[in-house]
Design a protein around this ligand. Structure first.
Ligand SMILES: CC(C)(COP(=O)(O)OP(=O)(O)OC[C@H]1O[C@@H](n2cnc3c(N)ncnc32)[C@H](O)[C@@H]1OP(=O)(O)O)[C@@H](O)C(=O)NCCC(=O)NCCS
Length: 277
């Protein structure tokens, strides 16, 4: 067995280009800007082999409630030597004992199971070009004053405070909302990501509202390549296919540690992306 020494060091902005090369090698669509966003909202480590980035892991903490572990990649020439496990251990240390969530690829699943994560759901990735649609009349573009309500609704559905993520999305993307009796009861976000735009998170009280919130974003981005990562439990998959967003893969939602589910009116129908949940 080859004895490559891997230095595990804090992930800094100087590592983004190397990390980007690694995610491209893994076939992931992330742009430099997507790595910048991930790093701005997370702490992380990189594995260095003679200064070259050959492994990454990010930990995104949401208040004191939970963290997601994401962007776990090892250079394909260096897999199977325990580096993935070492990077994951560093990622879990950064979560400081908080319950953790992640979306596993098929390749990552055995590692995560060994590290105490259990399967809790399925994520379905849909993408493509949609036929032109009209914007539903009862959805509106969000105003800055709606952001606290959007963040509160997201926290209700996700079960953790993602105020930092919501603010970041408001800066780089656009939110739409459904309001009833003057209150925000559902929202969707859209932003540039990977090959085009990603729609998510989508949080609503029911599937009908979720479909309207998605249609509003589709109507606003005619001709764009769109992606949406929905939950298996949402029941939206076949409807997305009918819109032109084909099912191209996905992942397994996993958790580690106690995450007592709270009864909530709001449900997450689409993720911000697989990294952030
Ligand atoms: C997932 C990934 C990070 C694993 O990295 P790695 O360096 O090969 O992992 P390790 O060598 O540390 O293996 C960790 C453990 O998982 C096990 N394992 C890894 N891949 C496995 C596989 N395909 N089947 C069964 N077990 C596997 C190893 O046996 C090892 O167990 P052990 O620690 O008890 O000996 C790497 O395959 C990768 O970068 N894949 C592409 C990107 C990706 O899908 N990342 C996951 C995102 S969720």
């Amino acid at each position: 067995m080859q004895m490559t020494q891997l230095d595990i060091v804090p992930f800094g902005t100087q590592h983004i280009e190397g990390a980007h090369a690694l995610s491209r090698q893994a076939g992931w669509p992330h742009r430099l800007a997507d790595w910048e966003m991930a790093l701005a909202l997370s702490t992380g480590v990189v594995g260095l082999d003679n200064e070259k980035v050959v492994g990454t892991t990010l930990t995104t903490r949401y208040g004191a409630d939970c963290a997601t572990i994401n962007m776990v990649v090892v250079d394909e020439t260096m897999r199977g030597r325990g580096f993935g496990r070492r990077l994951m251990e560093a990622g879990l240390d950064a979560a400081r004992g908080m319950p953790c969530r992640l979306i596993a690829t098929r390749e990552g699943l055995p590692l995560y199971e060994k590290m105490g994560f259990r399967q809790v759901g399925t994520i379905l990735q849909h993408q493509g070009f949609c036929a032109a649609v009209d914007a539903p009349v009862d959805v509106e573009r969000a105003q800055p004053g709606h952001l606290p309500e959007i963040a509160a609704l997201d926290q209700d559905a996700f079960g953790a405070d993602r105020g930092g993520l919501i603010s970041y999305l408001a800066n780089i993307g656009r939110f739409a909302v459904i309001r009833r009796d003057g209150y925000v009861v559902g929202f969707s976000a859209i932003r540039s990501f990977g090959r085009g735009d990603v729609i998510g998170p989508v949080v609503a009280e029911n599937a009908e509202d979720a479909r309207k919130l998605i249609l509003f974003q589709i109507a606003a981005r005619r001709d764009a390549f769109l992606r949406i990562d929905t939950t298996g439990a949402s029941g939206l998959s076949s409807w997305l296919v009918e819109r032109g967003l084909v099912h191209v893969g996905g992942g397994t939602a996993m958790q580690r540690g106690d995450q007592a589910g709270k009864l909530s009116h709001a449900k997450t129908f689409a993720l911000a992306n697989q990294a952030f949940g």
